[in-house]
Design a protein around this ligand. Structure first.
Ligand code: NAD
Ligand code: MG
Length: 382
């Protein structure tokens, strides 16, 4: 039938989202079974048939044999380095140990580093690729929904510092990104929700077309429907590629890449409260942050109430965190505001916030006083 033919053709010619940057261009390939055929996709864009795969224990157990076989089939010699999973691995200590192991194993300027896992592995592997021998080729094979829709596109790499998340790093672009949607079948539901929150964020920034798509297909994405997931990844990557192409290093005075932080000032403050131990996932914090940023926009008179109602309905209908009530315990508004004040985007003591006028119309501001945010958080249930 037509559908089978379409499925077959997607299989042979998976959708590609091109990312065109001033100095470099690469493709994000999206579709099923890309891992099993990784060698065929990667070989044309790397300079030497040697690779180092960086992955975590969970992804290694579930998916590494298929990747190693897919590489070997095209004659790519690869050695895998497996780290422990979790945010704690995005540290200078793990970076130092891993890069020393890799250098001791022996790599050349043309050896490719492959990041195979979620955002933790991708950010760490990218930073190793950026710094080993002052830069070796890099390939991203993201395996979580969050890393497929967000972290694998755009070239931000790095590790966390004692004083905060992502404070050490580099912009470093991959040769290619393989977003294998079949890998998502083993992802726990909670991780799917967390990744989907970044698609909702993209919809709020991009406009009614993407946000409306979320309202129609979000439930299918969250249920793990492969076609809906692939389409969500494609749309979110296309959106992020557009934003990054226009403002690669987040230097635009207004708008640009900074808009991707919608909900994130609140999210980072919540994550700092819970301490990155898995009790609150980044995407869960983002989901609450989207509600808070929109609710603050309404309170300040920038945004109409019905936008907030529409967002909250979508989040709650899909069982996503949509407010501070999700915690079932009161948080301190004072602590959250001081967490927000430690953001690396602070300038001259002013918070950098992304607010929303309507779906598809967000803006950055440094004009909201911390006392206003403090009172707002108290009214939100702190
Ligand atoms: P993660 O990498 O910690 O992965 C989450 C969990 O899922 C881990 O336990 C991992 O082992 C497991 N996992 C991965 N793939 C799986 C699969 N296919 N099946 C089953 N389990 C699987 O977390 P994440 O949410 O992917 O990424 C979060 C990180 O990404 C954060 O450190 C964040 O700062 C970073 N990030 C970076 C950017 C960027 O632009 N570079 C953007 C957004 C987020
Ligand atoms: Mg994010």
């Amino acid at each position: 039938s037509k559908r089978v033919l379409e499925a077959l053709s997607t299989h042979r010619h998976p959708p590609r989202v091109p990312v065109h940057l001033a100095s470099h261009r690469y493709d994000v390939m999206i579709g099923p079974d890309l891992i099993a055929r990784a060698g065929a996709h990667i070989a044309p864009v790397i300079p030497q048939k040697r690779a180092i795969v960086i992955t975590d224990e969970r992804v290694a157990a579930l998916h590494l044999p298929r990747l190693m076989q897919g590489l070997a089939e095209t004659g790519i010699t690869a050695r895998a380095f497996v780290i422990r999973g979790g945010e704690e691995s995005k540290s200078l200590a793990v970076y130092a140990e891993l890069i020393n192991d890799i250098l001791a194993h022996g790599i050349e300027r043309h050896t490719t580093i492959i990041g195979f896992g979620g955002g933790v592995v991708g950010d760490l592997a990218g930073f190793i690729a950026a710094t080993a021998l002052r830069g070796v080729p890099f390939v991203q094979i993201p395996t979580t929904l969050l890393s497929q829709v967000d972290s694998s596109v755009g070239g931000k790499t790095g590790v966390n510092a004692t004083s905060g998340k992502n404070l050490i790093g580099a912009f470093y672009q991959p040769q290619i990104v393989l977003a294998d949607t079949s890998a998502l079948s083993t992802l726990p539901h909670r991780e799917r929700v967390a990744g989907y929150a970044e698609i909702v964020k993209a919809g709020l920034i991009d406009g009614p077309d993407l946000f409306g798509w979320c309202e129609t297909h979000g439930a299918a994405v969250l249920a793990g429907d492969p076609a809906a997931q692939a389409e969500g990844v494609r749309r979110a990557c296309a959106f992020k590629a557009r934003v990054v192409q226009a403002d690669e290093r987040e230097q635009a005075a207004q708008g640009g890449r900074a808009l991707l932080n919608l909900g994130h000032s609140f999210a980072h403050a919540l994550e700092a409260w819970f301490g990155y131990d898995g009790r609150l996932l980044h995407g869960e914090a983002v989901s609450i942050g989207l509600h808070l940023a929109t609710s603050l926009s309404v309170r300040l008179g920038f945004c109409e109430e019905h936008t907030l109602t529409r967002l909250d309905a979508h989040l709650r209908q899909n069982g996503m965190p949509a407010g501070l009530d999700w915690f079932g315990e009161p948080l301190s508004a004072g602590t959250l505001v001081s967490n927000m004040a430690r953001d690396k985007k602070m300038r001259d003591g002013q918070l950098a916030l992304v607010l929303i006028r309507r779906i598809g119309d967000c803006f950055t501001t440094r004009d909201v006083p911390m006392t206003t945010v403090f009172e707002f958080l108290q009214d939100e249930g702190c």
